[in-house]
Design a binder for this molecule. Structure first.
Ligand code: CU
Length: 133
């Protein structure tokens, strides 16, 4: 009887010592690894052969190093995409009425040409400048 009581008390100590506290830690880690929030959303349309933002053709787009940028791009006529020269950034190609988007974080200051990579659209003037300050 004494032995059984002793074992019972011992097992309580063992259980208390082994109770994990790692569940809370893991939950915090998950919360901090969510996708970064967007600092600026740029809405652009494309047509033959120019980009338009708020009625401005091939606008200068000004952003800052460190910003998370989202570009929402819609073709209003023809097949187009939006590509940034010198950055690993490009949307899918979309046709009339289709919308796509791309998100990226700006890493480097400078002036980068954005353009449409379909056919000879870039040569025909479908381009502008992404200016990073
Ligand atoms: Cu195009």
């Amino acid at each position: 009887m004494r032995i059984i009581l002793l074992l019972g008390i011992l097992s309580l100590f063992v259980l208390a010592a082994c109770t994990p506290q790692s569940a809370e830690v893991e939950a915090k880690d998950v919360a901090t690894t969510n996708a970064p929030s967007v600092d600026m959303t740029i809405v652009l349309t494309g047509e033959n052969f120019k980009f338009v933002q708020d009625g401005v053709d091939n606008p200068d787009i000004n952003v800052q190093v460190g910003q998370r940028i989202r570009v929402e791009f819609t073709s209003t006529s023809g097949m187009h995409d939006w590509v940034v020269d010198g950055m690993d950034v490009a949307t899918e190609r979309v046709r009339d009425g289709e919308t796509t988007s791309v998100e990226f974080t700006v890493r480097e200051a400078g002036t980068f040409e954005y353009y449409c990579s379909v056919g000879s659209h870039r040569l025909q003037g479908m381009k502008g400048n992404l200016i990073v300050n």
